[in-house]
Design a protein around this ligand. Structure first.
Ligand code: PHE
Length: 446
């Protein structure tokens, strides 16, 4: 990549592309289950605080670096470090990011594969007339089937890597942008349905009335990790998007819009899912299966439920597809930067991620007994450590680079705001985001 990269055509296109990367499993699958496991409102409050104090300012830092460097993450970091007279080793941060997305994509592909299976089951009317217990048992049986898990993982990863290899991600982005409003509409519809169930009141107070006593260092750590994950921040993946940002665009406005859309999806999904949980007397701490069990139950009660459910999984699939492309891109770009062809780079990344993903895919069946660390399964480890440790560490370093290392002039120009706005952002990153992230990481690790 070089300084004459093509730019996103409009400001809106840039915002929508970043939203495509941000909105995905994190909002609809991970947010509800992790909130459920961490006591509800207390977690939600922390998550919103972290989005505001860490996620947003660091998202700006990350995109700003890409925008100022106008190169791939590794090259942008190295180039800007050289400009500032700092160590060129900053480029390694780009490699660390690539390793982080490698781990994330490995389970992301497995879980997105669940959506493929559920889409097909839904469209064939497989959930019609099933009661909640049967739906739950069906999901358990699916997890325990190594072949179906592997098949769907393979299919999803293949879909992702073909788009990346062909370099047609922008076409997919456009399709995604066209259909995203429909996903919102469906979530609003679901939340509307949720309001008619008798679990709605409980769900609202459980989600929005925090019990501060429920806050432990681990809950804080989970909330911080999730803020990074949901905004796609901390892995240098958005840095690559920054390189394509239009000349005249205010980064704070763009980032603010993305965060608003992103949190909106999560809240709608949360309201819909927890209303079902409480009206069916289910356990909010059910874990990663939460969405996959509650939504079929909810839709089963609606007119045309099977149709809506299949549309929903199709849209979810599309949302995860654009996120997974964003996860794969930094790795492919890194290999390409070393002189490999695009197709070959995508194939290598695809095979490595596929192998790593097998650990997650099989950790409910063949590898169920394998608990390599802290008594956690491979799936639990790979859904936790990259998100809750690697992303915050990456984000912290990105923030240090943008707010302390980068030359003032480049940084300000790339943020796209005047001097007072720039100072406000930099003060916030220097004295709030960086110490806060360091503190939570240190507390969580100890
Ligand atoms: N933000 C995406 C989601 O919520 C996941 C993601 C994380 C994408 C990190 C890119 C980088 O599903």
């Amino acid at each position: 990549m070089n300084a004459t990269l093509e730019r996103w055509s409009t400001r809106r296109a840039f915002i929508l592309a970043v939203t495509g990367a941000a909105v995905g499993l994190g909002n609809i699958w991970r947010f509800p289950y992790i909130t459920g496991e961490n006591g509800g409102a207390a977690f939600l409050v922390l998550y919103v605080v972290f989005v505001l104090l860490l996620g947003l300012p660091i998202m700006m830092a990350e995109i700003l670096i890409g925008r100022a460097g106008r190169r791939s993450p590794v090259q942008s970091l190295g180039h800007l470090a050289a400009l500032a007279g700092a160590s060129r080793h900053w480029g390694l941060l780009g490699l660390f990011g690539a390793f982080t997305v490698f781990c994330i994509l490995s389970f992301y592909s497995v879980v997105s594969g669940w959506s493929i299976e559920f889409f097909i089951t839904a469209i064939n009317g497989g959930f019609v007339g099933r009661n909640p217990a049967e739906i739950g048992a069906g999901f358990e049986a699916f997890l325990a089937d190594p072949w179906r898990m592997t098949f769907n993982h393979t299919l999803f990863l293949f879909m992702t890597m073909t788009v990346v290899a062909a370099g047609v991600a922008k076409g997919l982005e456009r399709l995604n942008n066209l259909l995203m409003p429909l996903l919102y509409l469906l979530l609003v519809l679901l939340a509307g349905y949720a309001a008619t169930t008798d679990g709605f009141g409980t769900a609202l107070s459980w989600l929005f009335r925090p019990d501060l006593a429920a806050i432990t260092p681990m809950v804080v750590m989970h909330a911080m990790g999730h803020a990074f994950f949901t905004l796609a921040v901390g892995a240098c993946a958005l840095m690559a998007y920054g390189a394509y940002m239009p000349e005249r665009q205010s980064l704070p406005h763009a980032a603010g819009a993305v965060a608003l859309l992103d949190v909106g999806v999560a809240l709608l999904a949360g309201i819909a899912i927890f209303s079902v949980v409480f009206s069916q007397g289910m356990d909010p701490g059910e874990g990663p299966g939460l969405m996959f069990v509650t939504l079929p139950i909810a839709f089963a009660e609606l007119p045309w439920g099977a149709l809506w459910l299949s549309v929903f999984f199709l849209l979810l699939l599309l949302a995860t597809w654009t996120s997974s492309i964003n996860l794969a891109e930094p790795m492919v770009a890194t290999l390409q930067g070393r002189g490999l062809g695009r197709g070959r780079s995508a194939a290598i990344v695809g095979v490595l991620v596929w192998l790593m993903g097998l650990l997650s895919a099989l950790s409910f069946s063949t590898l169920a007994e394998w608990r390599p660390l802290f008594g956690m399964s491979a799936f639990d480890l790979v859904t936790t450590i990259p998100t809750e440790i690697f992303l915050p560490v990456g984000g912290l370093l990105i923030a240090v680079f943008a707010a302390w290392v980068m030359p003032h002039r480049e940084a300000q120009a790339a943020l796209g705001v005047g001097e007072p706005g720039f100072r406000l952002w930099r003060t916030m990153v220097r004295w709030i985001s960086i110490p806060l992230a360091a503190l939570v990481l240190a507390a969580g690790l100890l």
